[in-house]
Each structure stands twice: as structure tokens, then as C-alpha cells.
Design a protein around this ligand. Structure first.
Ligand code: DP6
Length: 385
């Protein structure tokens, strides 16, 4: 019997992945670049047990038993087994997988990246796989390959048809830019979710702008972004981050039917950030939005208190949460906006609760193997604890 538990992070792209050149191998049409987030607030925890006494493979996700008959999961398993020493007895054993994510359930934040990164990191430890495993996580969910490293990570699109060069690598560790902070503004939204997978497929099929973005815009941006990160040039970093988020959402609107991910509150956040930057006469805050209305704001530590005071002025917090429940991850008193800033911002979003809550977090490390047996999610018989 062998058992492994792993905790894996989410990541937020500052240069977006949008569009595949191969649906099954999950090969993208452009490079992308992301920050891995600390696991303090958002992570997936996965335990995998392999045992000769298990009768069949089993899988629990967030407390519910699931079928393993999912092509992406099977592709990851197949690839791991292909890389395993053929003499290893573990290849003949069945496995039990149990995975949970600690994301606030109401947040609607993407969990597949952390989920597949954790699954693949745990499988690699279980089957003693050495070398790059980002290409295995990629066949589970594209963006998951970037969650296998901490800090700042680039996923190269690769040029081969088989995908062995479509892998992720770290461009700078988390220690490189410790002043960088992240605020996730979780936006209330009741609309039906439209998945990234189907959205990007439709964009590849119908958007005339997408080839221009993938072939001309992104390659230059990736180089400029890497340089900005390595030089810790926040101004340039912020400008490229916002432009790339806007470019990605422009592609979404150029898709037929359009994928509308941002809502009125998202756009009000965009306005707030630009207004804030205009007052400061430089880009002090950057926004980026994925396939949903939540905003992810990047800013330096020195700016956090002031920006929070503006956010609290413009968006009234929900009436049923106290300050600690509303702003998570930082012990802070409600910040009062400075009088001179009040002139530049209207407290226009009067309805309370347009933002559900805010997560304050940092850049973080890659997946971590948890040695403490008490932390395993499965018993030695392969049942959820
Ligand atoms: C908007 O990785 O979820 O978050 O590869 O089909 O599983 P699949 O898609 P997924 O797409 C993420 C898209 C994005 C941008 C990004 O993270 O780069």
C-alpha cells in the first residue's frame, strides 16, 4: 500500500491562455504567463492511495463519489503510467483518489487548475516519476500546468504536434517580488456560467481577431512582461496585465455567440482602477479578469490600505458580514477614505453586497507534499475519512 497527500495552488494568468490548436492534447495557440497564488486561502488537497487490496479505481471529489470515466482524468493517468518503471508492482494496483478544494463555495473561482495540478503532483510522487510533469497536468486542464511551480510561471505553447514542448517553467520564484499583493474581488453574479473550455473552442472557430492576438500581440507581450517581472517594473507589469485582460475579453466579444464574462460590477471595478491610477499619475493597480466577473487586482503592499479604503467607499459591503468575513486574509480595520480622494470617487454603487467578499493574498509556492498521516483524506482501506 502506498499513500500520498498533496496541496496544490491556483494561478492567475497575466497573459491569458485562450484557444487550443489541439483539443485532445490541450495544446494552446499562444504562450501564457501567470502568478501562482498562496495556498492559504485557495488550494486543492488531494490524497491518492494505491493498494493491491483495492477492488477497483475510485474517485471522490468534494465529498461526492465520481466516475473515473472522464477522458481528461484518464489521459493524465495513462500518461503517468506510461512514464512509470514497467517493473514497478504499483502498476498492477488499483487506486483511490480523494480531492477537496477549500475555495469559498460561493466564489465561483476556477478550481480545475489546482485540482489537476494536485492530482498530477500526487500521482507523480506515488509512481516515482522524475522530470517534468507539467505536460501531464496540461492534458487535464491547460492552465493546470502553470500551477506546478510557485512564483511566476510561463507556459510555452510549443510547436510540435505531439506536445512534448508544450510545458511550463518558472521564470522567477516567489521570493523575487515579495511586495506584490493580490486582491480578489468576488462579484455577485447569478448568470449561467459558460466554461472556458467551450468558450475558447467557439473563439477559435469564429473570432477573426484571435489569430492576430495569438500570433502578433501575445508573443511581444510575453517578452515585455517577462522583462517587467524580472526588473520588478510594476508600471509596465500593470499596463500589460490590464491590456491583456482587455484583449482577451475583446476576443470573447468577437466570438459568435459572444462569451460575456464581465458584468456591470466588473466594469465598475475597471473604472475604479483607472480612476485610482489617474489620481496617482501612474499605474499603481492592475486588474485582470478570467472567464467570469470576479476581478483579480495586483498591487504593491504599500498601496493596499489606500485602495481598500476606496473600494469600501465605492462598493458598500454586504450588510450580513463583519469586516473580517468581508476582507479575508488580512487583519484590517475598515479603512476610511481620505477626504481629498472622496472628490474623485462617487459612492455610486449604493446597493450593498455587489461585492460578496474580498480575498487578500500573495504569490505562493507550487504543490507541497504533506507528510503528516493525519492529513490524509483517505483511510488505509481507501475510504474517505
Ligand atoms: C481564462 O485551463 O480552464 O483562465 O484547458 O479547456 O481546461 P481547459 O481551459 P482552462 O482555461 C483557462 C482560461 C483562462 C485564462 C488562463 O488561465 O490563462
Amino acid at each position: 500500500m502506498k499513500i500520498v497527500t498533496v496541496e496544490a495552488p491556483v494561478n492567475i494568468a497575466v497573459i491569458k491562455y485562450w484557444g487550443k490548436r489541439d483539443e485532445e492534447l490541450i495544446l494552446p495557440i499562444n504562450d501564457s504567463l501567470s502568478a501562482t497564488l498562496s495556498t492559504d486561502f485557495m488550494c486543492a488537497k488531494t490524497t491518492i492511495l494505491a493498494s493491491p487490496s483495492l477492488k477497483e479505481d475510485v474517485f471522490w471529489l468534494n465529498g461526492k463519489q465520481q466516475s473515473l470515466d472522464n477522458p481528461r482524468l484518464q489521459n493524465c493517468l495513462k500518461e503517468i503510467k506510461r512514464r512509470t518503471n514497467p517493473e514497478s508492482p504499483i502498476l498492477n494496483w488499483n487506486i483511490a483518489i480523494c480531492s477537496v478544494n477549500n475555495f469559498p463555495t460561493a466564489a465561483g473561482l476556477a478550481s480545475s487548475a489546482a485540482g489537476y495540478a494536485g492530482l498530477v503532483a500526487a500521482l507523480a510522487a506515488l509512481y516515482n516519476i522524475e522530470g517534468d510533469i507539467t505536460g501531464v497536468a496540461r492534458v487535464g486542464s491547460g492552465s493546470a500546468c502553470r500551477s506546478l511551480y510557485g512564483g511566476w510561471v510561463q507556459w510555452s505553447k510549443g510547436i510540435t504536434s505531439t506536445g512534448e514542448d508544450s510545458i511550463a517553467h518558472q521564470i522567477a520564484p516567489l521570493s523575487h517580488w515579495p511586495e506584490m499583493k493580490i486582491l480578489i474581488l468576488v462579484v455577485n453574479d447569478e448568470r449561467k456560467k459558460y466554461s472556458s473550455t467551450s468558450g475558447m473552442k467557439k473563439s477559435v472557430e469564429t473570432s477573426d481577431l484571435l489569430p492576430f492576438r495569438a500570433n502578433t500581440v501575445v508573443p511581444k507581450r510575453v517578452e515585455a512582461m517577462k522583462e517587467a517581472i524580472l526588473k520588478k517594473d510594476f508600471e509596465t507589469f500593470a499596463e500589460i496585465t490590464m491590456k491583456d485582460s482587455n484583449s482577451f475579453h475583446a476576443i470573447c466579444l468577437d466570438t459568435l455567440p459572444p462569451c460575456v464574462y464581465m458584468n456591470d460590477v466588473s466594469h465598475a471595478i475597471v473604472d475604479l482602477v483607472h480612476q485610482y491610477n489617474a489620481i496617482k499619475n501612474s499605474h499603481k493597480v492592475a486588474y485582470t479578469f478570467d472567464a467570469g466577473p470576479n476581478a483579480c487586482l495586483f498591487l504593491l503592499e504599500s498601496e493596499v490600505d489606500e485602495l481598500l479604503s476606496v473600494i469600501n467607499y465605492v462598493f458598500q459591503p454586504p450588510t450580513d458580514l463583519n469586516n473580517l468575513e468581508y476582507i479575508r486574509g488580512i487583519k484590517t480595520e475598515p479603512k476610511i477614505i481620505k477626504e481629498e480622494l472622496k472628490l474623485s470617487f462617487e459612492p455610486k454603487q449604493q446597493k450593498p453586497g455587489l461585492l460578496k467578499f474580498i480575498i487578500h493574498t500573495t504569490v505562493g509556492n507550487g504543490p507541497r507534499i504533506i507528510e503528516d498521516p493525519k492529513e490524509h483524506l483517505l483511510t488505509n482501506e481507501g475510504l474517505p475519512k
